[in-house]
Design a protein around this ligand. Structure first.
Ligand code: C2E
Ligand code: MG
Ligand code: MG
Ligand code: MG
Length: 276
């Protein structure tokens, strides 16, 4: 396409592409050591049981306070970390920090809250995830059942047989495995039978239209019914309005998170919410 458009145009595209590559390389350089410099931190978004709106746990979401650019969203830097391999050390820091924070949420006489940590495909592929998880648990004293690992459907479906073995190993240690952004890969429902998971998180694109689009409501209800028949917990993400909360609760969705229930917040604020 670019070549057909002529030489000048080609140069234009190529320059834009060069700049994009340059920016990526620079981001990668700056991301190196960012955790050690204290630029990366975890925010937490509360996750509630829908039946009685009880606070059950929270999802850890990484934030990068870049010295020059301000807050860089994870949608930008996780991809850079993933492609450069930096995700392996970043992922280890995130796991330990999340477990450390969750340890402080527990209160006597209460079911200990869980912390849910996003795991990128590359962390899954390197194969030492069970060791990384075990050492994070040992270092912080958090109970295995308090740690939930969020894996994306696509990461797991890439190599189902190997992923299943890894997931079984992880689950045998007592940690819970959730499938994130569920429904976007669509092959989802049938794969649920073969991939051993404890929970699925319905992607927020379904939740967004659940009141307007009968197809999305039907699909959401089907996911809930199918998951429950397999003994799998269902969590909805991206609940932005009371109506969405109500319809999901009616349909039997177990847990949920979203701006209407609580935005991601610093660890200290999350801790206060668990105290209330
Ligand atoms: P995710 O795991 O699906 O996380 C949910 C995202 O939805 C978060 O975006 C959250 O802030 C946002 N969200 C929550 N409730 C609502 C809502 O009601 N409406 C809307 N529009 N959005 C909502 P965030 O924090 O920007 O993270 C984006 C993605 O980056 C995450 O998607 C996750 O895949 C990835 N990520 C974040 N932290 C980490 C990490 O520590 N490690 C890895 N590997 N990935 C991470
Ligand atoms: Mg997630
Ligand atoms: Mg998600
Ligand atoms: Mg739709």
């Amino acid at each position: 396409q670019a070549k057909v458009a002529g030489k000048g145009c080609y140069r234009f595209y190529s320059k834009a592409m060069d700049q994009a590559v340059e920016r990526r390389v620079q981001l990668e350089e700056e991301l190196r050591g960012a955790w050690e410099r204290g630029e990366l931190s975890l925010h937490y978004q509360p996750i509630y049981r829908l039946a009685d709106r009880r606070l059950m746990g929270a999802e850890a979401l990484c934030r990068w306070q870049h010295p020059r650019l301000g807050v860089v969203p994870p949608s930008v830097f996780i991809e850079v970390a993933e492609q450069s391999g930096l995700i392996e050390s970043l992922g280890r820091h995130v796991l330990v920090q999340a477990c450390q924070d969750a340890a402080a949420w527990s209160q006597p006489g209460m079911e200990p809250p869980f912390v849910s940590v996003n795991i990128s495909p590359r962390q899954l592929r390197t194969g030492d995830l069970p060791d990384v998880v075990a050492s994070a648990l040992a270092a912080t004293g958090v109970l295995p059942k308090q740690l939930h690992l969020e894996l994306t459907e696509t990461a797991v479906l890439g190599d189902e047989v190997q992923a299943s073995a890894l997931l079984s190993r992880l689950r045998a240690t007592g940690v819970k495995v959730w499938l994130d952004d569920f429904g976007t890969g669509f092959s989802g429902l049938s794969h649920l039978r073969r991939v051993p998971v404890d929970g699925v998180k319905i992607d927020r694109s379904f939740v967004a239209d659940v009141l307007r689009d009968p197809d999305d409501l039907a699909l959401t209800s089907a996911i809930i019914a199918m998951a429950h028949s397999l003994g799998i917990t269902v969590v909805a993400e991206g609940i932005e309005a009371e109506g969405q909360y109500e319809v999901l609760r009616e349909r039997g969705c177990d847990q949920g998170q979203g701006f209407w229930l609580g935005r991601p917040m610093p660890a200290s604020e999350m801790q206060r919410r668990f105290r209330e």
